[in-house]
Design a protein around this ligand. Structure first.
Ligand SMILES: [Zn+2]
Length: 126
């Protein structure tokens, strides 16, 4: 099975081991892709676990989970990704549908490496 994140790689060599908690994401882009895969596969715990502990409480996880459950994810396009030291940025477009209406979400996400693991810190809609 090809990975649901759209990388073109097999799921077992892409987001699979990350969602199985077998290994952490090696790069901000890998983490971002695995978080998208978690939305597709409705593994909301993974979203919470991979959110920066410093900003985790700032998110409305209940609203986010409801959004996930009401959405059908179509595809992901990573436009740019970079990392420098313990910081990373990934810009992406995710397409999904809600109530039969197609929508796109264009975001620039910030990531932070903390104790050897990448975490999602915050996102800015572009
Ligand atoms: Zn993947």
């Amino acid at each position: 099975m090809k990975c649901v994140c759209g990388s073109g790689k097999p799921y077992d060599e892409c987001c699979g081991p990350l969602l199985a908690r077998a290994r952490p994401a090696a790069t901000p882009e890998a983490l971002m892709r695995s978080r998208y895969a978690a939305y597709v596969l409705k593994d909301f715990d993974y979203i919470v676990e991979t959110t920066d502990p410093d900003t985790r409480d700032l998110f409305d996880h209940d609203a986010n989970r409801a959004w996930m459950e009401e959405s059908t994810f179509v595809d992901l396009l990573v436009l740019a990704s970079s990392e420098k030291g313990s910081r990373g940025t990934v810009e992406f477009v995710a397409r999904f549908s809600r109530g039969g209406a197609d929508q796109t979400h264009h975001e620039r996400s910030q990531f932070r490496k903390h104790k050897g693991r990448w975490y999602f810190s915050e996102g800015e809609t572009v």
